[in-house]
Design a protein around this ligand. Structure first.
Ligand SMILES: [Fe+2]
Ligand SMILES: [Fe+2]
Length: 281
């Protein structure tokens, strides 16, 4: 069964229009119509809940109908609003993520950029952690990618240098295997929603195609900041070759990334902005 319509309310992003509050981070409220009924999901919580609360009010929305939270990965700019969200929702809610969200993640010289709340506190606030490497079909036609296979040569190098501690207590580079995305299967092709795309946006689209067929649009951050221009151009080309028609991005895609994608996709490039509502049928 395919999703009939999808509305994405951009609650957190670096750009904003009008009276909406921007922040460093991503959060999307998804309103999904499938099988004749409407469901709401939250994708990421930005780095702070306060601006999201403000934006929800301006949009005339609330957390009341949210059925589940999906965390794209453990970085603070996607999970920092979690405590505020759980405190506001005041009821048990499933939280779908990869098991590695609980692992430390930091840059050197030391700065913690991982999950800013413990599993114990999440549970005490009513969060029901569903941590899996596998895809989960949350609603008919709405599927998490689970762990994304890193198969594209162009994306072999990560565009971010972060560290973790392994089981033997050794300091190691962190491949951020927790990076997952959401696929919304619709007639005319799926919509893929990403956080930072640390798994590589081309790898993510390939995974989405495996799970749900053709992909028509990609929305979210692609983490092409600091990527060489040749890689950005290769990414734009690969997305086109994979049949992606529309790109809506911002956050960690970076100015060069945005410019090159805008050049490649023309009118089918859109800048993400807090407060905007993206509609798909
Ligand atoms: Fe991010
Ligand atoms: Fe990230």
């Amino acid at each position: 069964m395919n999703v009939e319509s999808l509305e994405i309310f951009v609650l957190a992003e670096e750009h904003a229009s009008g009276l909406f509050w921007a922040q460093h981070g991503i959060s999307f409220l998804l309103s999904i119509e499938v099988d004749g009924s409407r469901h709401e999901l939250l994708f990421d919580t930005g780095n702070s809940w306060e601006p999201i609360k403000h934006n929800l009010k301006l949009l005339g929305r609330s957390v009341k109908e949210i059925k589940a939270l999906i965390l794209s990965h453990r970085h603070y700019d996607h999970t920092g609003g979690l405590r505020g969200f759980l405190s506001e929702i005041e009821r048990p809610i499933p939280i779908i993520a990869h098991p590695d969200v609980l692992k430390p993640n930091f840059v050197l010289p030391f700065r913690d950029i991982g999950l800013p709340i413990s599993a114990e506190e999440i549970r005490s606030l009513g969060g029901k952690l569903l941590l899996t490497r596998d895809p989960i079909e949350i609603l008919p036609g709405v599927i998490t990618t689970g762990e994304v296979p890193r198969i594209t040569e162009l994306e072999k190098e990560m565009t971010i240098e972060t560290y973790t501690i392994d089981e033997e207590g050794r300091l190691v580079r962190d491949p951020i295997m927790d990076d997952l995305s959401l696929v919304v299967r619709m007639d005319g092709g799926s919509i893929v929603i990403t956080g930072c795309s640390h798994a590589g946006i081309v790898n993510i689209v390939k995974r989405a195609r495996q799970l749900a067929g053709p992909v028509r649009a990609v929305i979210g951050g692609f983490h092409l900041i600091k990527a060489p221009e040749s890689r950005i151009e290769g990414t734009a080309e690969a997305l086109k070759d994979l049949g992606v028609q529309k790109v809506i991005t911002g956050h960690c895609t970076g100015l060069a990334g945005e410019c090159i994608l805008r050049k490649e996709f023309g009118e089918d490039f859109e800048q993400l902005a807090t407060g905007s509502i993206l509609r798909f049928k």
